[in-house]
Design a protein around this ligand. Structure first.
Ligand SMILES: [Zn+2]
Length: 209
């Protein structure tokens, strides 16, 4: 899907805006995926390789990111508005832009810890795991795998969908999120329907078979 711009409604993904207008093309479909990968790589996994500095809250200077990416011939077309359009139309709300700075709100493997808003989570959040992992989780709780935080979903279906990418028959783990929050575990909202925590102790977990 391309990123386009409607005169009345701003950036959107797809051929036509919800209002029916065929907007101005901003990022063509074939350029969107590689751009998403390099931005995610720079803000989550290998900022130094791309040439970007992240502060402890995960923020990078938007101009520095633009310069670092657009200096590569494959991305010499990139403008600041393209980066803004990418962030504003991201379906999962992976990134945020503030005061000419940009960051990923979750999914980091580099050692940063975004100061995300603290608020009370819904009663339950969900995590999809393999049967083998679920057995271990029952004993030691949920700990991050290949990332520096545990990612929890507001919807059981999307938790299972995420897990299905790497596991055949994922098991659903229900997290008593409100109780976790009351016990002062540092649980925070990171994106549209995604919460992160450093870990979840086993007493707050229920495994659905
Ligand atoms: Zn429109």
């Amino acid at each position: 899907m391309p990123v386009k711009k409607c005169e009345s409604h701003g950036y959107y993904r797809g051929e036509t805006c919800e209002c029916g207008e065929d907007g101005e093309l901003i990022i063509p479909d074939n350029k969107l995926k590689p751009l998403g990968k390099i931005v995610s790589g720079a803000l989550r996994h290998f900022p130094k390789d791309i040439g970007v500095n992240l502060d402890q809250n995960g923020w990078a200077d938007l101009d520095q990111l633009l310069e670092a990416i657009s200096s590569r011939s494959r991305y010499d077309w990139l403008t600041k508005d393209d980066l803004i359009a990418l962030v504003e139309t991201d379906k999962k709300g992976r990134y945020e832009i503030e005061d000419n700075k940009i960051r990923a709100t979750y999914g980091h493997t580099v050692d940063v810890s975004p100061d995300l808003p603290k608020k009370e989570p819904p009663e339950e959040l969900y995590y999809g795991s393999s049967e083998e992992e679920a057995g271990r989780v029952e004993e030691i709780g949920l700990k991050p795998v290949n990332k520096n935080k545990v990612h929890l979903s507001e919807e059981s279906e999307s938790a299972l969908e995420v897990a299905q990418a790497s596991i055949d028959n994922p098991v659903l783990i229900v997290v008593k999120a409100k109780d976790v929050y009351k016990e002062n575990v540092d649980i925070r909202k990171a994106a549209k329907s995604l919460w992160v925590a450093p870990e979840i102790p086993p007493e707050f977990l229920e495994i659905k078979n």
